[in-house]
Ligand binder design. Structure first.
Ligand code: 4AD
Ligand code: MG
Length: 431
């Protein structure tokens, strides 16, 4: 008989089934062996009755432990007492891989689980998060295809900074040195002069000297860049992208989100409400009036200011026009208020912080050179980037979404590390 997934077997609901997977739980008596089998999506209870097997075969069943991999043939029926509402009465089974004393069990420390990440990926928690992550990324691909965007793959080794020299990872490059990418942006800006509308899904590296639940050293920044778009259009587009992906996750993963402790109804309300856009100056006013927090113009919003601000909102919020002098060189000043930059961040509710960063792109080579010099960079390394302005440059804008930040918010994770399979942080780069 052809093997089927547990999900397929449960939707069949009765009759003969052939399943394979790993043992999630087991218990035995002298008459029965119960195993809860798991595969990529589901779990199901299987019962091996001694009366149906030889002494020797039942002894083999008795030796099955957690994380043994097995093939099972039997008859499925509904059973209200079983964890997923179905039970398989086993006619035959075969152990594919034995497992003795699986080292992970309930109540172990975060540290221990991180050290055993290769095994912890099998947990129902990680399984649910990784499937949601896969759905999210596919939804995003779908979104950009519908919008007529081209996938553009940037170089990962790059000769300069994009987001500040202090978080660059240096790489020995033959007899030279180069850096791991901090953002695809400068290259995406070259691409839009050819393709007009591009997006990517790529790893990003930052040597963050941060030990927070929001920072990774290797993360996936999923970015877009579009010719002819201005700040208003690009920030509305960012809302549309995140909302689209959130809705797709909600359509497919209601049970998984509940399993992770998320309030699905609340997320649905968020997905259907408008998300406000405010200016940085307005954010300062809200902080002062509603949180009694005095933040002077010119100071970046750090975690504590972001969290305080977001206490007054229950959806993501776009904040625009941060002070120009603390922004990256490529963010242009607003012609009307030159101390403000034409840029935006999107903040997630409930303390998940900044999930998107983006801007309109400066077209003013002299301004960018001055900013670079002020930040200790040598503008001559950016001549190729200035060429993009010299030869038929057009207005363009883009942004980057921190994939793990968004997933941490959607999945209600207490640490961003669980939004990626093998997290890398200041203190963790193994296994
Ligand atoms: O705000 P950032 O630094 O923006 C850029 O890099 C732009 N060049 C993107 C662009 O316009 N194409 O980073 C974008 C997002 C942040 O909003 C945050 O969600 C995420 O990337 N991010 C991190 N996520 C996890 N760990 C870190 N260390 C992160 N640093 C940034
Ligand atoms: Mg940012």
């Amino acid at each position: 008989m052809k093997f089927m997934s547990i999900k397929e077997a449960m939707s069949k609901g009765s009759g003969k089934v052939a399943l394979r997977g790993w043992v999630y739980r087991e218990r035995g008596s002298n008459k029965f062996k119960f195993i809860i089998l798991r595969d990529a999506e589901s779990i199901i209870q299987c019962v091996i009755k001694k009366e149906k097997f030889s002494e020797e075969k039942f002894r083999e069943a008795d030796k099955i432990q957690v994380e043994c991999s097995v093939e099972v043939h039997g008859t499925i029926k509904t059973d209200k007492r079983a964890p997923s509402g179905y039970e398989v009465d086993v006619d035959d089974f075969k152990v594919i891989g034995w497992s003795d004393n699986f080292p992970l069990h309930a109540g172990q420390s975060r540290e221990f689980l991180d050290n055993n990440r290769h095994l912890w990926l099998r947990s129902r928690k990680m399984n649910a998060i990784l499937r949601i992550r896969s759905t999210y990324v596919s939804a995003r691909e779908e979104f950009f295809r519908k919008k007529g965007f081209y996938r553009f793959d940037p170089p990962i080794l790059q000769p300069t900074q994009c987001e500040g020299g202090s978080t660059l990872f240096e790489v020995k490059y033959y007899n030279n040195k180069t850096y791991l990418t901090q953002s695809w942006q400068l290259y995406a800006e070259a691409a839009v002069q050819s393709l007009e509308r591009v997006y990517d899904t790529a790893p990003t590296f930052r040597a963050e000297k941060m030990k927070t639940s929001r920072h990774l050293s290797e993360f996936w920044m999923v970015e877009m860049e579009a010719a002819w778009m201005d700040l208003k259009e690009v920030s509305e587009f960012a809302k549309e992208e995140i909302r689209y992906c959130l809705k797709k996750v909600l359509e497919k993963h209601e049970e998984d989100l509940k399993f992770l402790g998320q309030d699905v109804e609340k997320l649905k309300r968020i997905a259907n409400k408008p998300w406000p856009t405010i200016k940085y100056r307005e954010a300062l006013r809200i902080l002062k009036e509603k949180s009694n927090m005095d933040v002077p113009f010119g100071k970046d919003l750090r975690t504590i200011e972001e969290d305080k601000l977001m206490e007054h909102f229950d959806t993501p919020v776009v904040v625009t026009h941060y002070p120009k002098k603390i922004m990256a060189f490529y963010k242009p000043p607003d012609p009307e208020y030159p101390d403000e930059a034409l840029c935006f961040d999107m903040l997630a509710p409930e303390g998940y912080g900044e999930i998107v960063g983006g801007s309109q792109r400066s077209m003013d080579i002299e301004q960018m050179k001055e900013d670079l010099i002020r930040q200790g960079e040598d503008p001559s390394n950016y001549e190729w980037y200035f060429d993009l302005r010299r030869y038929g440059g057009v207005p363009h804008s883009g942004y980057g979404v921190g994939l793990e930040r968004v997933l941490a918010w959607i999945c209600k994770l207490d640490n961003i590390k669980d939004a990626i399979a093998f997290p890398r942080t200041m203190l963790r780069w193994k296994p």
